[in-house]
Write a protein that binds this ligand. Structure first.
Ligand code: URA
Ligand code: ZN
Length: 393
């Protein structure tokens, strides 16, 4: 493929699927995450989030209560549906990822590693059947014993269509992304050239959103619009404070939803670090680092050296902030978050155009200039370069 055509391809780096092996696991569960059939619904329901527990309990107690979660449509599970969605929106290439909560909930046994292998092999087979059109971010068995996690990284590194891993913010057994025990995994990923696509799932405690949200009055709005981005922001801030980016300087992160609120709050985070007595003198943080020690990098520098942001932000204002914070449009990559946020309401047609996709594409074009070279880079050129698409697959 010549350079010009690959630079102008439309690439979706934030697009999820649940392969059949994964749906089977969710269907066998009685606590979230789970898939469950209700008599009043043709599609099974997919119930993922802590904030969906109150509505799940109401639906189990009362057959007339609104259904919990979201319908598990073919858009979540079917490869032909994914390819049709791509064709409808002019998407040349998708980098698929397992959707949340990945394998975070599996019991802490070797079996978790076997499950990860099955699911990663399933993604590899889907991609291999559509050369040049599909790549994927693999999934790691983070509850498995550490050697098995490292074996899983090695397995992914050898799969021809794997271009990174998708991780939640929980780290190993909920210790978070700043847990020193996670460092060997992050080092192995960096050494293998596999970027981490960091994606939220856990949000904020339900209490933050109040009783009217818990009663279902506000739907999923607050956990998804605000809880998810704050979770990502906190996870990256914790990594920064722990010095993870200095400890693993070749680690590359791609942050979902344009980094949560990080582009907007990086200045405040940087200021709080610089003014916090607890951090002065630490290698990675604190203005008073001793002579001879490497000057600590600022949040801004880390954003421009080790972090990429997706462009799933739905507005020109957010997109501009993301571009500025990450040092220019060359660190942003278009995404759709398909199959979440389908068209809803009267006359909505999930087989037609998805407004969520249009808003993200419009944000890029408005912020960077319709038809501009910068917009073309965000829409695909950056993904081709950063994820080495088409190099060898
Ligand atoms: N988008 C996702 O990726 N996951 C969710 O659970 C909801 C929206
Ligand atoms: Zn997503």
């Amino acid at each position: 493929m010549d350079d010009h055509s690959s630079k102008h391809r439309l690439v979706d780096i934030h697009t999820h699927m649940y392969p059949p092996e994964y749906v089977d696991i969710l269907s066998s569960r009685t606590t979230i995450p789970l898939v469950r059939t209700f008599p009043s619904s043709p599609d099974p329901r997919l119930i993922l989030l802590e904030s969906e527990i109150p509505s799940l309990e109401r639906a189990l107690a009362d057959p007339d209560a609104p259904l919990p979660g979201r319908p598990l449509t073919k858009h979540f599970t079917s490869l032909p549906a994914k390819l049709a969605f791509m064709a409808r929106h002019g998407i040349d290439t998708s980098v698929l990822s397992l959707a949340n909560p990945w394998l975070d909930f599996l019991p802490a046994t070797e079996e978790a590693a076997r499950t990860a292998r099955r699911i990663n092999d399933s993604f590899e087979a889907m991609c291999a059947a559509h050369p040049g059109r599909l790549f994927f971010f693999g999934t790691l068995p983070l509850t498995a014993p550490p050697p098995a996690i490292l074996e899983s990284v090695a397995h992914l590194a050898a799969l021809p269509h794997c271009r990174g891993v998708v991780l939640g913010t929980g780290g190993l057994a909920g210790g978070g992304m700043d847990d020193p025990a996670l460092l060997p995994v992050l080092r192995a990923l960096a050494d293998a050239g596999l970027p981490v696509f960091l994606h939220p799932h856990y949000g904020l405690p339900n209490a933050v959103f109040g009783p009217r949200s818990a009663s279902g009055e506000y739907g999923h709005v607050l956990p998804l619009a605000l809880g998810f981005p704050m979770e990502t922001t906190v996870a990256v801030a914790r990594m920064f404070l722990a010095g993870v980016f200095d400890a693993v300087p070749r680690l590359e992160m791609i942050l979902a939803h344009s980094g949560g609120t990080l582009p907007f709050l990086a200045g405040r985070l940087e200021s709080c670090v610089a003014h916090d007595a607890a951090l002065v003198g630490k290698n990675h943080a604190g203005a008073g680092a001793e002579k001879g020690r490497r000057r600590r990098r600022t949040v801004w520098e880390v954003l421009r050296e080790q972090i990429y942001l997706d462009a799933v932000i739905y507005s020109e204002v957010g997109l501009k902030a993301a571009a500025e914070a990450s040092g220019g449009a060359e660190r942003l990559m278009f995404g759709t978050d398909h199959p979440f946020f389908p068209p809803v309401g009267e006359g909505a047609d999930a087989e037609g155009e998805w407004e969520s996709v249009r808003l993200n594409a419009e944000a890029v074009n408005k912020a960077l200039g319709d038809g501009s070279e910068q917009a073309a880079m965000v829409m695909g050129g950056n993904a081709v370069r950063v994820l080495r698409l088409y190099d060898d697959a």
